[in-house]
Design a protein around this ligand. Structure first.
Ligand code: GLV
Ligand code: MN
Ligand code: MN
Length: 410
């Protein structure tokens, strides 16, 4: 093993204390003081690895090691340090720490690459706090939506306020945009978040592409009234309509014979949220994904039909807003090949697989070639404090990442 397995393990252990949730989980909301604390610690590790660090105006933490030609397009590796509210300690963290480990190993070997290399922890990959994810990676490519900084979290804090509180200056964010052509290629290591590698008894997998997520917000409007007096036949109960849609959506999604289309309602709020008032408005989210865009579109149409039918049945009105709509993106052959060769040299039989989860790589693929390495995780559990990957597997993954970085720098 070329990387330092013990150092990598220590970094995981130390970082998992920041935002610790229960015995094994973490809650590290994006742009929070908890994430800032994580950034400060990781900042020191990036410096120890021989990088110069900065936090840009999109809230990304970036470490950079210069190459022989400082003007050459950069090789970027990374992932994210923010977590789900009820999250695990490996999601995102694995990609950032293995990137730092790879650069530390380069530095220890006194290897000066031709091109610069950067390790990035992207801001708000997860997307739950402000309703839209992959913020930092979209930011550096100039792909933010108009008005997006005004999105609010559950406490009414806007993204702009959170960025300023974090030390960023949104008025200067244009300075943090990477001009087209300035990123040579991108590599991300991530835990698989699915059960395939465990089933195949392999520590590492090669990603072939990333499914495209569609995120919608559905607003159902009825009419509030007294829970004790309005006859059942006269009600326009928004929660009754929303509940029916949630249950029908689940049944619709289960029809997919391949089971590769997945749909989730993960957040729902009721107004006025009072036990003795009829619900007037319900707002809920839809997360719909597939590696095949046509099939995803087919299920989106079924969902829209279902919302219209249920609304009519209960005399409700509705609105459907689109928060995020990405197409699937496929990894580039030369990078998959570099990972394949690394795995072969290490005696691994790495399976090749699509990612159902999205990653910052999905966004960065808009500007350059990209590849991804998966590391086995126990029972495929993720977005849950029980998420687990062994330090042995993570070290094997980090070593494959290191070797792939060497190949990608040539
Ligand atoms: C990222 O966390 C995702 O939801 O796929
Ligand atoms: Mn992740
Ligand atoms: Mn995640």
């Amino acid at each position: 093993m070329r990387i330092n397995e013990d150092r990598l393990k220590n970094h995981f252990e130390e970082l998992s204390q920041i935002g610790k949730l229960g015995d094994t989980g973490v809650c590290r909301p994006t742009l929070s003081t908890v994430e800032k604390e994580a950034f400060e610690l990781v900042f020191t590790w990036m410096e120890e690895a021989g990088m110069k660090c900065r936090i840009d105006h999109f809230g990304n933490l970036i470490g950079r090691k210069e190459g022989k030609d400082p003007n050459a397009p950069v090789l970027m590796v990374g992932s994210h340090l923010d977590s789900q509210p009820y999250g695990g300690r490996f999601d995102g963290v694995a990609g950032v720490l293995s990137g730092i480990e790879a650069v530390a190993t380069l530095t220890e070997n006194e290897f000066v690459p031709d091109r610069p290399i950067e390790v990035v922890s992207f801001c708000d990959e997860e997307g739950w706090r402000f309703g839209k994810g992959l913020f930092g990676s979209r930011g550096i490519l100039g792909m933010l939506d108009e008005g997006e900084l005004l999105n609010k979290d559950k406490d009414g804090v806007t993204r702009e306020q959170a960025l300023r509180h974090f030390g960023c200056d949104p008025d200067r964010s244009f300075e943090s945009i990477y001009p087209h052509g300035s990123i040579h290629s991108f590599l991300e290591l991530h835990i698989e978040q699915g059960p395939l590698l465990q089933e195949k008894n392999q520590p590492v997998g090669i990603v072939t592409g990333i499914a495209g997520p569609l995120w919608l917000t559905v607003k159902i409007k009825g009419y509030s009234g007294h829970a004790g007096t309005v006859p059942m036949t006269m009600r326009q109960d928004a929660l009754v309509g929303a509940s029916e849609i949630v249950a029908l959506f689940h049944e619709i999604m289960k029809q997919d014979p391949q089971g590769s289309t997945v749909g989730t309602v993960g957040s729902l709020s009721v107004f006025p949220d009072s036990r003795n008032s009829i619900p007037e408005e319900v707002v809920f989210t839809i997360d719909l994904r597939d590696i095949d865009l046509e099939r995803r579109n087919h299920y989106e149409n079924q969902l829209r039909e279902c919302v219209a039918n249920v609304a009519e049945k209960h005399q409700l009105s509705y609105e459907i807003l689109e928060d995020q709509n990405s197409e699937p993106s496929f990894c580039d052959e030369w990078i998959k090949d570099a990972i394949r060769k690394e795995c072969q040299q290490a005696g691994l039989h790495a399976p090749e697989m699509m990612s159902g989860a999205f990653h910052d790589a999905l966004i960065i693929s808009n500007t350059c070639d990209y590849g991804m390495i998966f590391v086995r995780c126990k029972d495929g559990i993720s977005h849950n404090p029980a998420e687990y990957a062994s330090y042995e597997d993570l070290a094997i993954g980090a070593d494959v990442l290191y070797g792939t970085v060497l190949k990608m720098m040539k």
